[in-house]
Write a protein that binds this ligand. Sequence first.
Ligand SMILES: [Ca+2]
Ligand SMILES: [Ca+2]
Ligand SMILES: [Ca+2]
Ligand SMILES: [Ca+2]
Length: 311
Amino acid sequence: MGKVNNNNNGRRYSSEIGMGTRKEKTAEAVFGSMKNVNVQPTVFLTASGNTAPRFDMNRTFYLPEDTPIDAFVLRLVAVDDEGDVLTYSISGSDAHYFNLDSRSGNVTLKQRVNYEDTTIMFLDAQVTDGKSVPVEMGITIIVEDRNNNKPIFQNEPYFTDVPENTAIGSSIYTVLAVDMDSGNSGRVSYSIEEVNPNDAENHDLFYIHYNGTVFLNGSLSYNNKSTFYRIKIFARDNGGLLHGQFIYQNNTAYLSVTVVDVADLDPVFLGAPYSGSVPENCPLGTSVVKVQAIDQDKNVNDIIDYSIISE
Ligand SMILES: [Ca+2]
Ligand SMILES: [Ca+2]
Ligand SMILES: [Ca+2]
Ligand SMILES: [Ca+2]
């Protein structure tokens, strides 16, 4: 049997319908022959004709991605002029997301949808009165984003070496957290939650820009301050609805900063001031005094050159 396009007068029949076509032709023949004798044809048409049902509903629906399994999604609604019992069905590549009650037309969710994978779905809805061929209608379901993703830090773990003489205000590292949601739900802001060693000075030793770049906000010293910092970075989206509530999603990561010693300190003489004496007329090359200096930079293998400056 072929498909019948629904129309408003409900009087179109497909030539592919076997019995129905013959009945219709019979009715027309009787109607034609009785015109002359003023007999009302209504009785004959009603007895032999059937009208296919027609859909009477929207074609576009919205489905939040956080809709739970078994929740109501939409209802297929068709009308039938004869009041026939109608049977609904759905098909199409996205039909597996849904359950359908073929009598009520109620469509419920069978499988969770994910906006990050699918933003629009298409369903073919069919209805039949059991007499005429099924009538079809296309339905579009627009999936709505919800704030169901947290920011995810990329390329962890984060380590960096920073020379102790790095200028205040220099950028030392950039972190990135990606949130799969759209709009504000996917927009990530960063902050520094904690710096270890955890003391008041270190708390403000670094700051993080909105784009994830970490800057040095104070001076480092390999000798006089910590040689290692652990920065706890907090990433938060700008919020959005999830399960009917406005929520923020967040995540944390750690940036390890190793302070690198640089040769920024002068050598110092040990045991200075020095004095020495030699007997007169001693040979050239006689030792007068031995001086020793050490370099204050702990991890830099500085070679110390000695020379005598005459005053
Ligand atoms: Ca009907
Ligand atoms: Ca989402
Ligand atoms: Ca989010
Ligand atoms: Ca140094």
